[in-house]
Each structure stands twice: as C-alpha cells, then as structure tokens.
Ligand binder design. Sequence first.
Ligand code: B1M
Length: 210
Amino acid sequence: MEPILEELYEAILEGNAGLTAEKVQEALDEGITATVILNDGMISAMTEVGRLFEEGDYFVPEMLIAARAMQSGLSVLRPYLVAEDIQPAGVVALGTVKGDLHDIGKNLVAMMVEGAGFEINDLGTDVAPEAFVAAIREGATVVGLSALLTTTMPMIEKTIQAIDAAGLRDQAKIMVGGAPVTAEFAVQIGADGYAPDASQAARLAKSFIA
Ligand code: B1M
C-alpha cells in the first residue's frame, strides 16, 4: 500500500478526524484516485475497526470516534467520488421504529454501514412504517430497523408487515437490531437478518449484496 494510504488507515484507526481529512487531501494531491483512497485507505480501516470491536479491543467510544474520522475523510472525498461516478454499494434506509427515540446505536450503525460503501438514507427516530415503505419506493435496497425498547419491538414486525402489504417485500432486504432484539426474534418476524452491533450490521449489509 502507498505510504500515504497507510497513514490514512492509521489516522482512522486512531479516530483522528482532522488528520484523516488532511491525509485524504494529501492522497488526492499525490494523484491517487478517490476509489483507491476509499477502498484501500478508508473502508479497510473501518473493517479493521469492526474486527477490533468484535475482538473486544475497541469499545463503543473508540468505534464512534473512528467512525467520525471516517465521516470527516468522506466529506473531503465525496466530490471526487461523485466526479469519478462511483456508485454506492446500495442505499440503506435506516431508522428507529415508531415510538422509539433512541438514536445513538442507530447512528453508529449508519456510520459503519456508510463506511462499508453504502449510501445512507437516515430516516431518524420515531419513524412510521409508511416512511420505510416510501424509502423503498425511492430506491433503498436494504432497510435497517432499530428498536431499544421492549415496548417498540412489535413495531419492527408492524413495519415489515407494512412493507409486505405495500407489495415491496422482495425489493429490499430487512435487517433488525437494538439492545432487546435477538436473532430468534428476527427469524420469528420474518426479517432477513439480525446484527447485534454496528460492525456486524455493516457485514450483514455487505452479505445482502454479495
Ligand atoms: Co432510554 N431506555 N428511555 N433513553 N436508554 C434504555 C434503552 C433502557 C434499557 C434503560 C433502562 O431502563 N435500563 C430502558 C428500556 C427498558 C426496556 O424497554 N426494557 C429505557 C427506557 C425505559 C427509556 C424511557 C421509556 C425512559 C422514560 O422516559 N421513562 C424513554 C423512552 C423514550 C422513547 O424512546 N420513546 C427513554 C429515553 C432515553 C433518552 C432520550 C434519555 C436517551 C436516548 C438519547 C438518544 O438516543 N439520543 C436514553 C438512553 C441514552 C438510554 C440508554 C442509557 C443508552 C442507550 C444507548 O445509546 N446505548 C439505555 C440503557 C442501556 O442501553 N444501557 C436506555 C449505546 C448504544 C451504542 O447501544 O443503542 O444498544 P445500542 O446500539 C447498539 C446495538 O444494539 C446495535 O448496534 C449498536 C452499536 O453497537 N444496534 C443495531 C442498534 N440498532 C441497530 C440496528 C441494526 C443492527 C444493530 O440493524 C438495523
């Protein structure tokens, strides 16, 4: 790997947002294409962050600051990606279900999934089933439903039912997560996958398009 991409990789692992933006600009100035910068310097770093989190070497704060560094680098890179006409791996519509206002975990999932090369349509919190239906009509191929309350878990199932009733169930893969959600619950309500954390959510989204 080019030394500048190694420095970029390290800056993301360290969660240094300012340095990450600088290294992206330096790599661009050296004539490295946005695609190579994204894949070799940035997505690979976020994959490593995910691995470190799963191994228990990184915790939520480290993952958050790494994801913020990634965002800072992406903001420099975005116009160049557009110029190179890089297509995202797909659009992921993500939201916390209706009645639920928790968004820290959902935001972490958004950052990691964006880090995996997807475009995020962040629908926010307290999202009604109809908004997820509309997002699929607008082109989302993956829907991510987050719930943090046992009282809002049934809304995940209602959202899947609304997508089904709109005749769109085969147009998007549905992944679910949140502290009270389990793999068994995901199977029971007909979701396509469950992820226990943001890193595995990014892996799951990638597996949908593999
Ligand atoms: Co709330 N709250 N809260 N709260 N809150 C919990 C969830 C609770 C467990 C606290 C407790 O009692 N011990 C409890 C739920 C109990 C239950 O349902 N059994 C609870 C309650 C009761 C409530 C209120 C009802 C309190 C009240 O008003 N009486 C109320 C509800 C409001 C509402 O939503 N309608 C409420 C309000 C709030 C605040 C607004 C104050 C605040 C939220 C601020 C915000 O999000 N902007 C808040 C907070 C901060 C929490 C705790 C303390 C922390 C949640 C959090 O951010 N965790 C929480 C207790 C706890 O979890 N220890 C609690 C960190 C975050 C990174 O983890 O969200 O689990 P998490 O996300 C993980 C994974 O779950 C997964 O990946 C993430 C990263 O690894 N994941 C996904 C999440 N979404 C995913 C989606 C995926 C895949 C993976 O695919 C799509």
